[in-house]
Design a protein around this ligand. Structure first.
Ligand code: PLP
Length: 452
């Protein structure tokens, strides 16, 4: 027996042999492309006094700006309430009825502006679960979900891991300025994608839009949503709109950024189109993760007028359910209309002032970006600094920015876009002071590259 090899270790087969092919794939596929760099950032985190040269992460899609205010409210609620008797037991797999009612009330009061029937609303542990469940119910393995590019990289996993639904990145433009006034996805683009998918022997089963968008911050106007919805209904394609950033809007009239916007665009919820069209092909995703800054509470929802979809969801959702304690706690919070109205407005002001810090700095650097109307992101074009216009060129540049400035961005790889050298900046995941420090470092990086 060789030294240092225990009998146990000797008998145990290598891990890769003991797993299913799916398990082996999962074991060798990190959750995020920037995971290792994020760990480095955590070990050497910036602090203005204790670690002024430390690293600053601008890559985690979280809003940290409003938690102190929300925490106070949640603590106040938990101090004054007794836990009801339904909390420790099983409840409806699609969500506890009191929580679904409270969430429907929250949605119609603050987001949708139209009635939401709690009977068509189901909830799971975060938007991630909801996306996975929806794909499982709506599409067969090998069918296609079309998503306008660039878009949230993790859709690929959520659609593919369990349901084997294929992501199709629909490229509507190459240069970021082409979407400066908002998404340009048209029914012409959809016709072309449909033809391409049919020609490849597959079926175009779902279209996914994110509004406000991750990463561009664009919003789909209600007229564009109507036209796209009618096209989908005509072709019997499911249209799902993800409004996870629906209350995280930038105030485009803010004097520091108003010059970036040619026209005022109003955010209208897709729920209004659903209410008008009453179609079994239209669905809405929402989650509390971003607008309330509570991604760790794991609360996402699907609203659909398709009774079969809701029935299937109820029957499958046990593995994805949210803890009753969380559902109860939030059912108390979500009916606090006056508090939430104020909270949403103050959160919007905080988001806007952080957004303005980042946008002003980019403008001073003469680095192009897509003017955002909502979400937590700025989509930035640093392609001028690529040594070659390839994915590896982009990854090299991403690492150089991190090594030289200590600022961790998300590289464009995985967002499915045609142009390399685009990066995503998350502006509210650190304090405004940290953000200002990160932007000064990026400014120095840009200046030194241009000097070279
Ligand atoms: C567009 C979009 N959908 C879904 C999610 C996942 O949200 P959750 O944390 O609620 O699972 C994110 C998170 O970044 C997102 O940006």
């Amino acid at each position: 027996m060789a030294e240092n090899v225990s009998p146990d270790a000797k008998q145990r087969p290598a891990m890769s042999d003991s797993l299913s092919a799916r398990g082996r794939r999962a074991a060798s596929t990190p959750l995020r492309i920037d995971y290792d760099a994020f760990q480095e950032t955590e070990r050497d985190r910036y602090h203005p006094v204790e670690n002024p040269d430390g690293r600053i992460p601008l890559n985690i899609a979280e809003n940290r700006l409003s938690w102190p205010e929300l925490r106070e409210k949640i603590e106040e609620l938990t101090r004054s309430e007794t836990i009801p008797d339904w909390v420790p037991g099983y409840t409806s797999a699609g969500g506890a009825p009191p929580f679904r009612e409270a969430l429907a009330h929250f949605l119609e009061t603050h987001l949708t502006g139209c009635a939401i029937d709690p009977g068509g609303l189901v909830v799971s542990a975060g938007a991630t679960s909801v996306i996975e469940m929806t794909a499982f119910i709506l599409a067969e393995a090998g069918e296609v979900a079309v998503i306008p590019a660039p878009s949230y990289p993790v859709y690929e996993r959520d659609l593919g891991n369990f349901s084997a639904v294929e992501r199709f990145d629909l490229v509507t433009h190459h240069e970021p300025f082409e979407i400066g006034a908002g998404p340009i996805l048209s029914t012409g683009h959809l016709d072309a994608a449909r033809e391409e998918i049919i020609a490849s022997g597959r079926r175009f089963r779902m279209l996914i839009l994110t509004s406000p968008d991750n990463p561009t911050g664009g919003i789909f106007t209600i007229d564009r949503l109507r036209a796209i919805a009618d096209w989908c209904i005509q072709h019997e394609i499911h249209l799902v709109v993800n409004e996870i950033y629906g209350l995280s809007l930038v105030d485009t009239a803010h004097p520091d950024i108003s010059g970036d916007y040619e026209a005022e665009l109003k955010f209208d919820s897709f729920a209004q189109v659903m209410a008008e069209r009453q179609s079994e092909y239209l669905h809405l995703w929402y989650a509390l993760s971003k607008d309330l800054g509570i991604s760790g509470f794991r609360v996402g929802s699907l609203w659909s007028l398709n009774a079969d979809v809701i029935e299937a969801y109820e029957n499958l959702n046990l593995t994805h359910s949210i803890s009753n304690h969380t559902q109860w706690l939030l059912s108390r919070l979500l009916i606090e209309d006056d508090f939430l109205r104020g909270y949403i407005a103050r959160n919007r002001a905080r988001l806007t002032s952080s957004y303005a810090i980042a946008a002003r700095a980019l403008r001073a650097m003469r680095v192009p970006y897509v003017p955002s109307r909502g979400s937590l992101f700025l989509w930035v074009d640093l392609s001028e600094f690529l040594d070659e216009e390839t994915q590896s060129g982009e990854m090299r540049l991403w690492r150089e920015i991190f090594d030289e400035s200590g600022v961790l961005l998300t590289p464009g790889v995985g967002f499915g876009h045609s142009k390399h050298g685009q990066f995503r900046v998350v502006y509210p995941c650190v304090s405004p002071d940290e953000l200002a420090e990160a932007m000064s470092r990026l400014k120095r990086f840009v200046a030194s590259r241009r000097a070279d």
